[in-house]
Design a protein around this ligand. Structure first.
Ligand code: GAR
Length: 184
């Protein structure tokens, strides 16, 4: 059995898509989810599932390193084959990146628009490609090698909300399929 641990900070909509996709595969399971936010909306969405939930608030730790060490300990407890960052909004230290093999979802065509405002920046820069990336997590923020990408065709005059929704729809396809592909 291949084991997945998912990290999230907010809505958890991508986490849900992974959980649903993995259900179709008897040899893969999501064993745990970890969030750094007590109030993350994704916590409620996990209720129907038999998946261990861990809330580790970064506010309870004095440094990034101490928080990351606790994350590493908790992740290793579940002995995952793959760790997926699905909307996990933390800058990670080498304590995490050197000890955990993980992938991250990012809402732009990396290396374009790294960081927390990727959708806004992609939207504003209509001369550059928009899309999404799944990449290996490395020490450099949003800088690890790309595993899969999907470009979003531009629609002239499109409103930001519509653009953002289409980015999310692309994510719901690419991330679950990439997770399964990496484990098979
Ligand atoms: C997703 O759009 C993901 O690409 C983005 O956060 C959102 C999480 O949504 N991640 C980043 O910006 C990472 N830098 P979700 O919580 O509903 O899955």
């Amino acid at each position: 059995m291949k084991r997945i641990v998912i990290l999230f900070s907010g809505q958890g909509s991508n986490m849900l898509r992974i959980i649903e996709e993995v259900k179709k595969h008897k040899d893969i399971e999501v064993v745990a989810a970890i969030t750094n936010k007590k109030e993350a909306e994704g916590i409620q969405r996990l209720k129907p599932y038999d998946i261990a939930l861990n809330i580790i608030s970064h506010k309870d730790y004095d440094s990034r390193e101490e928080f990351d060490q606790e994350l590493v300990n908790r992740i290793n407890y579940y002995k995952p084959d793959l760790v997926v960052l699905a909307g996990f909004m933390r800058i990670l230290t080498p304590i995490f990146t050197q000890n955990i093999k993980s992938i991250n979802l990012h809402p732009s065509m990396l290396p374009l628009f790294k960081g927390a405002k990727a959708i806004e920046q992609s939207y504003a820069n209509a001369d550059k490609p928009a899309g999404i990336s799944v990449h290996w997590v490395s020490e450099e923020l949003d800088g690890g090698s790309v595993i899969a990408q999907k470009e979003l065709p531009r629609i002239e005059g499109e409103a930001f909300e519509s653009f953002k929704n289409r980015i999310h729809l692309l994510e719901y396809e690419l991330l679950p399929h990439t997770v399964v592909r990496l484990l098979q």
